[in-house]
Design a protein around this ligand. Structure first.
Ligand code: ATR
Length: 275
């Protein structure tokens, strides 16, 4: 019997571990399906959409730089995708409507917010970056009752764009991050800086609180320069692997109505593929 097809679209995409994770779950739950990487240009999105409508592809994940770009091609967005204008999971409903959902918000909540020590709602958070993943992180924090959220982005105007959507966001000038970092309990890297292992922030972050928790949304490489820096200073750090896994768990559920287990074998498999 022909395998049902799933895919992730983005560009660049070669670093993605989504096929390894979803194919592991398909095997585990004996689902006759396969999941592949589609590195495509903007002009090819229409073609992928056609394939979902004709059921040649059953569902897709969407990653940078298309999380927002894909929205006009869909019938509608729902839930967290509505609030963030960021879609990472697409599926067809029973009436052949193309539905866009966002599972990054759940991914972030499930991965980290339970590990933040007591009284998470009193924590002051600084998000670095205003790109594709930033609105999902803001919404995840708000849903977890964390309201003291600041954001800083190299290109200032992009932070203001997010402030239009999230009115209570505090915007910090990029050049003020160094002196202001000691005000924050949690710092989250939502930039793409770190994807290449030589990438380095030019900001000086040495003025951090001793109790800081540092979260990097990047999972490959497993340790960005920032993670290495904070770890060597005895700061609690998390990379993006758990967020990646839990966004995938929810996407898998939406497509297959099975909530797949995050077991040790999967963790070992994913960790073995990281740089
Ligand atoms: P997009 O900005 O097209 O949505 P993205 O990968 O989602 O793409 O976002 C990249 C993020 O990383 C942005 O916040 C970007 O900052 P700018 O808006 O100023 O471009 C940030 N970023 C990328 N390279 C950076 C660098 N060298 N220093 C600081 N921030 C960087």
């Amino acid at each position: 019997m022909k395998k049902t097809k799933f895919a992730i679209i983005g560009n660049p995409i070669s670093h993605s571990l989504s096929p390894i994770m979803h194919n592991y779950w398909f095997k585990k739950y004996k689902i006759n399906a396969e999941y592949e990487l589609l590195e495509i240009d903007k002009s090819e999105i229409q073609n992928v959409i056609k394939k979902i409508k004709s059921k040649e592809i059953r569902g897709i994940n969407v990653t940078l730089p298309y999380k927002n770009f894909i929205i006009p091609f869909l019938t509608k967005t729902i839930n967290d995708a509505n609030e963030t204008h960021s879609v990472n999971t697409v599926m067809l409903d029973d009436n052949n409507n193309l539905i866009g959902e966002n599972t990054d918000v759940f991914g972030f909540q499930a991965a980290y917010l339970k590990s933040i020590p007591n009284q998470a709602n009193k924590k002051k958070v600084l998000i670095l970056g205003a790109g594709g993943v930033a609105p999902s992180i803001i919404l995840a924090l708000l849903k977890s009752n964390i309201h003291d959220i600041s954001l800083s982005n190299r290109t200032f105007e992009k932070s203001l764009f997010l402030k239009k959507k999230f009115k209570n966001l505090n915007v910090v000038k990029w050049n003020d991050c160094s002196k202001d970092i000691n005000k924050f309990d949690i710092v989250i890297n939502a930039t793409s800086l770190g994807l290449n292992s030589n990438d380095k922030f030019t900001n000086d972050f040495s003025n951090f609180k001793k109790t800081l928790v540092y979260i990097d949304t990047i999972y490959n490489p497993a340790e960005t320069k920032m993670i290495k820096y904070f770890k060597s200073n005895k700061i609690k750090t998390f990379n993006g692997l758990n967020m990646f896994i839990y966004q995938g768990q929810k996407a898998f559920y939406l497509w297959n109505k099975i909530n797949p287990e995050v077991d040790d074998e999967l963790l070992e498999l994913l960790e073995s593929k990281l740089n």
